[in-house]
Design a protein around this ligand. Structure first.
Ligand SMILES: NC(=O)c1ccc[n+]([C@@H]2O[C@H](COP(=O)([O-])OP(=O)(O)OC[C@H]3O[C@@H](n4cnc5c(N)ncnc54)[C@H](OP(=O)(O)O)[C@@H]3O)[C@@H](O)[C@H]2O)c1
Length: 290
């Protein structure tokens, strides 16, 4: 299989590159230099001879997106539309990485793929616009994920590493949201399942998260426990964080369609988090215990 990938320098993009290598699939990175909105022909040219375009690039800074909606829609909606159109013109299958945040904040249970979408932030509205332009092509796949962890400890967006640093720098006192719930999800697990679904020629919308749910507080507590450092994690209410973006307090999701299609259950998030520590964070953690 020959894959083109946007967002290859991101948390998920790195895992997709490794998973492709593991399968012996070619994976070509499409960087920002190729995405010129005035010249979509350049994207079409880059796709020549490839089977699938995985569009994982996004402006993932939800707060910045709320402050500058025009930039947000350009990076998340227009970019997706341009990439999807180029893929259709080239006859390349399109895979869009979206977010479980598109469901919004109207249910008290985990969202599944048959639930309505009522996004509450500009970031998630733009991701939903992207989904709509993608789903116009009958052979396209939209994968909704959330609360991603994994990747290099040097990546500034690495949630796990940043919480450990925060605990150390604040002398062991950190505040964490006890109201917001989600499905923490390892990028490696998403990448492996993504390639499997591509191989199976799946299309339409699929949730793709690790099994199990947690509040931010429970998630951060597990991170601190696995890091082997002592910290006092203080439960705090969502509105005490003074965020611009009104992110849903319920970002939990179920992989219902995967189950209906007969896929193995995704690993539990706590087991995957432990695996991430063991396989990728040993060097970083040993720095704190030296
Ligand atoms: N992180 C999460 O918890 C989460 C949750 C739900 C959904 N998702 C989705 O999962 C996907 C991957 O997320 P991630 O966390 O791996 O992202 P990330 O680490 O923030 O990386 C974003 C990637 O997108 C590229 N990018 C950003 N704006 C671009 C633009 N205008 N043109 C071209 N490339 C651009 C970045 O390139 P540069 O290196 O050049 O900046 C980078 O490679 C995204 O679609 C995101 O919406 C993530």
């Amino acid at each position: 299989m020959k894959i083109c990938l946007t967002g290859s320098s991101g948390l998920l993009g790195g895992a997709v590159r490794s998973a492709c290598a593991g399968r012996g699939w070619e994976c070509k990175a499409l960087g920002r230099d190729l995405v010129d909105f005035r010249h979509p022909m350049g994207v079409q040219e880059a796709l020549r001879g490839y089977d699938v375009l995985i569009h994982a690039a996004a402006n993932t800074n939800v707060e910045a997106c709320e402050a500058d909606p025009e930039m947000c829609f350009k990076d998340n909606a227009l970019l997706t539309e341009v990439m999807a159109a180029a893929a259709v013109k080239r006859g390349v299958r399109f895979v869009f990485i979206s977010s479980t945040g598109v469901y919004g904040d109207y249910l008290g249970r985990p969202y599944n793929e048959y639930d309505r979408v009522l996004p509450t932030t500009h970031h998630h509205m733009a991701k939903r616009c992207g989904e709509k332009s993608v789903l116009r092509a009958s052979d396209s796949l939209v994968v909704r994920t959330g609360w991603l962890f994994g990747g290099s400890f040097l990546n500034r967006k690495n949630f796990v590493v940043r919480r450990i640093e925060e605990a150390v720098q604040s002398n062991g006192v950190i505040h964490s949201n006890s109201e917001q719930r989600g499905s923490p999800t390892y990028v490696k697990d998403v990448a492996v399942r993504l390639l499997q679904m591509i191989e199976d020629r799946q299309h339409g919308v699929f949730n793709c998260v690790n099994e199990g749910f947690a509040s931010r507080l429970e998630y951060v507590s597990k991170i601190i426990e696995y890091a082997g450092i002592s910290a006092n994690i203080i439960p705090s209410l969502a509105n005490s964080f003074n965020r611009r973006a009104k992110v849903s307090n319920n970002e939990t999701a179920l992989n219902l369609k995967m189950r209906q299609c007969g896929y193995d259950v995704m690993p539990n998030w706590e087991e995957s988090l432990m695996r991430y520590f063991k396989e990728e964070l040993c060097e970083f953690i040993s720095g704190f215990h030296a």
